[in-house]
Write a protein that binds this ligand. Structure first.
Ligand code: DHB
Ligand code: FE
Length: 282
């Protein structure tokens, strides 16, 4: 049977990918952020999963706002890197795991999560930046297959944090019922506090972020109890992306082991963080 081996939570700020693509990671602006990633990258490099289930949102790149599914899963053999207006990032295409995708879709629907399915999907910075955080030098191919799980965090009403946590728990059950003997990592992406437009553009809420970073390990139910309005009030209109970390957390066991954490302000106008957890107690 497949198993969930570890979980990674990471911001997916586009400029983090651009800094890597343009060789700027040692610049004074970026070095502290990338230095903070180093121990996690080393740990993950020694524990490559067979498949990464990556929970992310599309930012109106592959999807337009005419049709925004609340939850969706990609089932393709391969996902092209989206052109977000500056050309495609110079990173490999993403290879899918249609078998695990189909199993997840079937299991989730049977578990009363009526999930949408993408048979074709270009993946934007929401997915490719976390892959680059995980694996900075992929060469010609990423070191694992990917199942994209999409969450609507861009159009009201976003799903509740509680529903995201429950979806994660259902994804965990589905992975553990997949017969092949596979190691599966789960990524939760987005956040931390940030707001890109409007009167509060540039909002950062470090006390909220720090509490969230602590509770995602020890008390995810408290985070699942917050309303979307509370997330937006505390973390900004785009900070609501943090509900995607709860999908990752739900897929892991109740007890997890924190391997590494880093928090850095700012990356562009965003509070950026990484939190890496081994599943279970080591
Ligand atoms: C930005 C975009 C994002 O999707 C995000 O999560 C954080 C920052 C940006 O454009 O700066
Ligand atoms: Fe985003």
């Amino acid at each position: 049977m497949a198993r969930v081996t570890w979980g990674l939570a990471t911001s997916h700020v586009p400029s983090i990918g651009a800094a890597m693509d343009h060789g700027k990671t040692a610049d004074p602006y970026w070095k502290p952020l990338f230095d903070g990633y180093a121990p996690a990258r080393e740990w993950m490099a020694a524990r490559r999963p067979d498949v990464a289930v990556i929970v992310y949102n599309d930012h109106a790149n592959a999807l337009d706002l005419d049709l925004v599914p609340t939850f969706a899963i990609g089932t393709a053999q391969r996902y092209e890197v989206a052109d977000e207006g500056w050309g495609r990032r110079p990173v490999p295409p993403v290879v899918g795991s249609p078998e695990l995708s189909e199993h997840l879709v079937r299991s989730l629907v049977d578990d009363s999560f009526d999930i949408a399915t993408f048979h074709r999907l270009d993946v934007d910075h929401g997915l490719t930046v976390p892959l680059s955080v995980y694996c900075p030098d992929p060469g010609d191919a990423w070191p694992c297959a990917v199942v994209p799980v999409l969450v609507n965090v861009i159009q009201y009403p976003q799903p509740t944090a509680a529903r995201c946590y429950a979806l994660g728990q259902a994804i965990g059950r589905a992975i553990r019922s997949f017969p092949p003997d596979l190691d599966v990592a789960v990524f939760g992406t987005g956040g931390m506090s940030h707001q890109l437009a409007g009167a509060r553009a540039g909002l950062i809420n470090t006390p909220f972020d720090r509490k969230f970073l602590a509770q995602i390990e020890t008390d995810p139910s408290a985070l699942a109890a917050l309303t979307r309005e509370e997330y937006i009030a505390a973390a900004g209109t785009e900070g609501v992306e943090l509900i995607m970390w709860l999908v990752m957390r739900g897929a892991l066991d109740a007890r997890i082991t924190r391997i590494h954490e880093t928090y850095h302000v700012p990356a562009s106008n965003t509070a950026a963080a990484l939190a890496l957890f081994e599943n279970g107690v080591s």
